[in-house]
Ligand binder design. Structure first.
Ligand code: GRF
Length: 199
């Protein structure tokens, strides 16, 4: 599986994916890492690993379309089978998503459809749920809404705040993303409406 990674920050999910590849647990090759932020720790890591790393700073472009078309140009060169959004803090336009239908994955730090959007962990604390978790899903034109590949659950403790809950969810994110990519790399699945089921 040829895999492209899009990120904007820390890059711990990217690191977990890369580690799984090195361990031989995930049969994939990271063909490019793209960051829209020049100082993202994730892009530094990609460079240090000798991976093909591109900074495509959205602030250098006049419009969302212009930025996206440069990202699409770089992706076209890299020829990924799948694109993993790993903390990529840009909304993708319908045209971008249409270029890779059901081939873009995202990870979200809640059990979707609960708490889409930003600050999902703080939303979970504020709502008072007793469990939360993470979701890896395929990306469609709606925010945090495409077919779900993997979810993992964590308990919400009485003394949790957004930060402690985020840390506990993040540990599960790293497992969930690798599991989801393994499913896709191994094939043998089909998408039936919203459901990702064995073929
Ligand atoms: C994760 O919490 C992920 O769920 C969300 O953004 C964060 C990215 O973290 N989409 P990292 O950059 O992978 O460490």
């Amino acid at each position: 599986m040829r895999l492209a990674i899009l990120l904007s920050g820390r890059g711990s999910n990217f690191a977990a994916i890369q580690d799984a590849i090195v361990r031989g647990e995930l049969d994939a090759e990271i063909v490019c890492v793209i960051s829209n932020r020049p100082n993202a720790a994730g892009i530094e890591r990609a460079r240090a690993l000798g991976l093909t790393a591109h900074v495509i700073d959205h602030r250098s472009f006049d419009s969302r379309e212009a930025h996206e078309s440069e990202v699409l140009r770089v992706l076209a060169d890299a020829r990924p089978d799948f694109i993993a959004l790993a903390g990529y803090m840009r909304l993708l336009s319908p045209a971008f998503i249409a270029a890779y239908p059901m081939r873009i994955l995202n990870i979200h730090p809640s059990l979707l459809p609960a708490f889409p959007g930003v600050d999902a962990q703080a939303q979970a604390i504020a709502y008072g749920v007793k469990v939360s978790g993470c979701t890896v899903h395929l990306v469609d034109e709606n925010l945090d809404a495409g077919p779900i590949i993997v979810q993992r659950v964590v308990a919400v403790r009485d003394d949790d705040d957004a930060s402690s809950l985020s840390a506990r969810i993040l540990d599960e994110e790293h497992i969930a993303y690798v599991d989801a990519l393994k499913k896709l790399a191994e094939g043998g699945y089909r998408i039936d409406g919203r459901r990702v089921v064995p073929a």
